[in-house]
Design a protein around this ligand. Structure first.
Ligand code: GLA
Length: 381
């Protein structure tokens, strides 16, 4: 990847430029909790996006995507938004940096990545973070890391149409090798948890069903949660977010909200607690409890939050059958991967079965990614 980027940069822009890198993410538990002010528990992974960037002395951004084999050039006023969706991420990051008072001098860039697209591993957050980080460095803006993550999040909101939470960009910016991070999305407090589950492997199985977060289903889930929180707030004014609510407070408003909003909220309130339970269990090296919570999350995401699909439910069931310790759909859902915590001695048998049985039912093999918890946004060299 590095050689390709450097060769292309030289061809298009000549000498110079600095290399930056950012990562995709996994999330052990805490799904759809971030925009509800709850906890998440992600980590950056060994799949990422690398960019070579150099200030070009103009007021234009000139950027080439190796993966899309496409060159785009744009200026930095609001009306200069490019047509290509990948370029909107870069443009959005520039605009959001400017909105925060940062400087964005024109630059040349070439980038490439190995985060599978649409697999729920946050390739978009990796793209936002690598540019947010690099632009901050090259212009000497001194914007702090949490704000860099927010630049990525606002890019999604304002330039890509997804009303996402902060988890993906946070993980991508703050990721640290060998550590998961428990983030309180309401207060921004976070804690690193070393994650070296002895005797277990963390593996992702990609259903290859492409999810389209922007396809409004994600935003609809968020609206359901906001309506439920609003109803609860009438009785309990301190409830800023759904994650502040107790389960019984939700029951109090059962007649005031739709059944759909109720089950969405029921899932979220349960999930916030599960993150805390998983962190406690990890401190005792109790992976059985961690795994059981993952299965509970899958059940909730599938039946209550309704962001799973036939392929992912199939993989989850298969995991149970093969005694996998924990398994669930990961990320926004509607396709993508399951994340599986599996005992080393069961790994080969499970992966073989998953490939064969999935292919027999759905006509194609799923992809398998062994993930390593890695560093987030950084300058290379
Ligand atoms: C997507 C969003 C995140 C988060 C997850 C679900 O990845 O970008 O903010 O809401 O879905 O946990």
């Amino acid at each position: 990847m590095k050689n390709k980027i450097q060769a292309k940069f030289k061809e298009l822009f000549g000498e110079g430029g600095e290399l930056f890198m950012s990562s995709g993410r996994i999330n052990l538990i805490g799904e759809h909790t971030d925009y509800n002010g709850g906890y998440v528990f992600p980590g950056a992974i060994n799949y990422g996006i690398m960019a070579q960037i150099k200030l070009n002395g103009t007021d234009k951004v000139k950027v080439f995507s190796i993966d899309f084999n496409e060159y785009v050039e744009f200026a930095l006023k609001e009306e200069d938004k490019p047509k290509q969706s990948w370029a909107c991420y870069v443009f959005g990051v520039c605009r959001e940096t400017l909105k925060r008072g940062g400087k964005v001098a024109g630059f040349d860039a070439v980038f490439a990545g190995d985060v599978p697209l649409g697999a729920g591993l946050s390739s978009s957050a990796a793209l936002e973070s690598v540019f947010a980080f690099a632009i901050n460095e090259l212009n000497g803006n001194g914007i702090e890391k949490f704000e860099l993550a927010k630049i990525g999040q606002s890019t999604e909101h304002n330039y890509c149409g997804v009303k996402c939470g902060i988890m993906d960009q946070f993980a991508s910016v703050f990721g640290k090798e060998g550590a998961l991070m428990r983030l309180n999305c309401k207060t921004g407090e976070y804690k690193y948890f070393p994650f070296h589950p002895k005797g277990y492997k963390l593996v992702l199985i990609d259903s290859c069903v492409k999810h389209e977060l922007a396809s409004s289903a994600y935003n609809k889930r968020r609206e359901s949660c906001e309506r439920a929180a609003k109803a609860i707030r009438e009785n309990h004014p301190d409830v800023d977010f759904l994650s502040d609510a107790k389960r019984v407070w939700l029951d109090e408003v059962r007649d005031k909200i739709s059944e759909e909003d109720f089950i969405r909220a029921e899932y979220v309130i349960g999930e916030v607690q599960r993150v805390l339970d998983v962190c406690d269990a990890l401190e005792r090296d109790d992976y059985e409890t961690v795994g059981e919570m993952m299965y509970q999350t899958h059940f909730g995401l599938s039946r209550l939050y309704e962001v799973s699909c036939e392929e992912l439910d199939f993989l989850n069931k298969l995991a149970r059958k093969y005694d996998v310790t924990g398994s669930r759909v990961m990320g926004g859902g509607f396709g993508g991967c399951t994340i599986n915590l599996v005992k080393e001695e069961l790994y080969d048998g499970f992966i073989k079965a998953a490939k064969e049985q999935f292919a027999a039912k759905f006509g194609h093999e799923p992809k398998v990614y062994d993930v390593v918890i890695s560093d987030g946004a950084r300058k290379l060299q």
